[in-house]
Design a protein around this ligand. Structure first.
Ligand SMILES: Cc1ncc(COP(=O)(O)O)c(C=O)c1O
Length: 465
């Protein structure tokens, strides 16, 4: 890497400034100093947020100064654990303004989605609609749907701006039988393009006989989800994406009036109020406990409250504004970058307007002859410069298929008669590069991070592969 490029005085390298720099630079220095101490440029907040030092110290202090036992017993160590778990649960519901919901603690958003998939009462007359722009952990629900002989259908996003095809959505909702158990699933924010899909579709679909799953995993780290205003039946999220620590915890929020509709396919310790062995009868608990199989993560769950308190001490609105300003600045700087022959170095995907976009964007890079850099080639460059970004499809194949115009028939033809195949073999068959580079910003991002990334991209200027 030519380091002189990183200190170039070209116009693109003028110091950037973004709203609230003083506050967030101070936060970076106090709570996230390890980033600079390790010479990191972290731009993968959609992959996982970073935790503040104070969160860890607070949790460590709790663990080192108390004795915790397995919850749900009357003994003192158990009671303490139960109290803190319930405090965390109440905090989650308060954070999302979700008094009409149960909060089921899960291992992550995927585990929450699996509970919903296996419990939703699909039948042969049901319709499962889902946006093409969904994480694989939502896409996977279609397998539960098919195993119950229900049909699934994807609503495409537009190639030009990666926003949903509204006409197709309305038509598909209209085709379903409103009397059946229908489900619509979409992400509040795309984990790939950053597009925040319009939440008006929640009430619209509900009025037409659908339950709605809102996958909020990529949305809630930087945007307020107020469940007293929008009322999806089910919501999934992972806590490490909101405040970095601990990993291994997420939640499924279930609207109380949708709770009885879910059919849990088995029972486990902690989920039942009665089980008999002499006569195979069992009764499930009538609240969140029904879906929390076995011993919950009672040592880490109290750290959820600490994480949410920390986010609130800064203000989600403040984080939201900052992230929007950061990502917009990054986008605007990157699209300026051109080779001397006038061709762009970067191609950005998604809408140009950031009013309905979050803190992640995707892009591809081209040499002076218009040849695309593969994800690996670009990642080698960023890795060598201690920049953490992400390349590939981000577990969201729908967006990638749209960006590369891959058709139903193309996939079908290739995979017919193939039992075990993978993404790499398919790419080799297509003889074209797939995937993109994702950059995401968050609470600890500073303009220095943006500058480092922009300068690295600019180092591709006039280069031939
Ligand atoms: C939108 C979205 N949904 C679901 C998931 C799955 O989250 P997890 O891997 O924490 O289960 C992710 C993870 O990146 C995501 O971005």
């Amino acid at each position: 890497m030519n380091t002189s490029i990183l200190h170039s005085t070209e116009p693109n390298n003028a110091p950037l400034s973004v709203i609230d720099d003083a506050f967030f630079n101070h936060l970076r220095a106090t709570e996230y100093s390890r980033i600079d101490e390790g010479n990191h440029t972290y731009l993968d907040y959609t992959g996982g947020n970073l935790y503040a030092k104070s969160q860890v110290l607070k949790h460590q202090d709790l663990l080192l100064n108390h004795v915790f036992g397995n919850p749900h017993s009357t003994n003192p160590t158990s009671k303490l654990a139960t109290n803190l778990v319930e405090e965390a649960r109440a905090k989650v519901l308060e954070f999302f303004n979700a008094k009409d919901y149960y909060c089921v603690f899960t291992a992550n958003a995927s585990a929450a989605l699996k509970i919903l998939g296996e419990s939703f009462p699909f039948n042969e007359k049901s319709t499962f609609l889902l946006f093409s722009d969904n994480h694989n952990s939502v896409n996977g629900i279609r397998e539960f749907c098919h195993s119950r002989k229900a049909k699934s259908k994807y609503i495409p996003v537009h190639y030009q701006n990666l926003e949903i095809d509204e006409e197709e959505l309305v038509a598909s909702i209209g085709e379903a039988n409103p009397a059946e158990n229908n489900l619509l699933a979409f992400p509040a924010q795309s984990n790939v393009s950053g597009v925040k899909h319009n939440q008006k579709w929640i009430a619209y679909a509900q009025e037409k006989g659908f339950d709605v799953l809102l996958d909020a995993a990529a949305y809630v780290p930087t945007t307020q989800l107020n469940l007293s205003l929008v009322k999806p039946n089910f919501v999934s999220a992972s806590f490490y994406k909101i405040f970095g620590y601990p990993t291994g915890l997420g939640c499924l929020l279930i609207r109380k009036d949708s709770f009885a509709k879910l059919q849990k396919p088995w029972f486990a310790g902690g989920t039942v109020s009665f089980v008999s062995v002499v006569n195979e009868i069992y009764y499930l608990e009538n609240n969140h406990e029904r879906f929390e199989d076995g011993t919950i993560n009672y040592l880490d769950i109290p750290a959820i409250k600490m994480g949410l308190d920390y986010i609130e001490s800064i203000g989600l609105e403040r984080i939201s504004k900052r992230v929007k300003a950061l990502i917009e600045t990054l986008y605007n700087e990157l699209i300026k970058l051109k080779h001397d022959n006038g061709t762009p170095i970067v191609k950005m995907f998604g809408p140009e307007n950031f009013d309905h976009r979050g803190g992640n964007i995707i892009m591809n890079f081209f040499d002076i002859n218009g040849k695309i850099y593969s994800g690996n080639e670009f990642e080698n460059l960023t890795n060598a410069n201690m920049i953490s970004i992400r390349s590939g499809c981000f577990c969201n194949p729908g967006i990638d298929e749209i960006n590369y115009c891959i058709t139903h028939d193309e996939v079908g033809k290739y995979f017919t008669n193939k039992k075990d195949e993978d993404y790499k073999a398919f790419i080799a068959h297509l003889k074209q590069i797939r995937g993109a580079i994702r950059v995401s910003v968050g609470i600890a991002t500073t303009t220095k991070d943006l500058e480092k990334y922009i300068n690295l991209v600019n180092s591709l200027k006039n280069k031939a592969k």
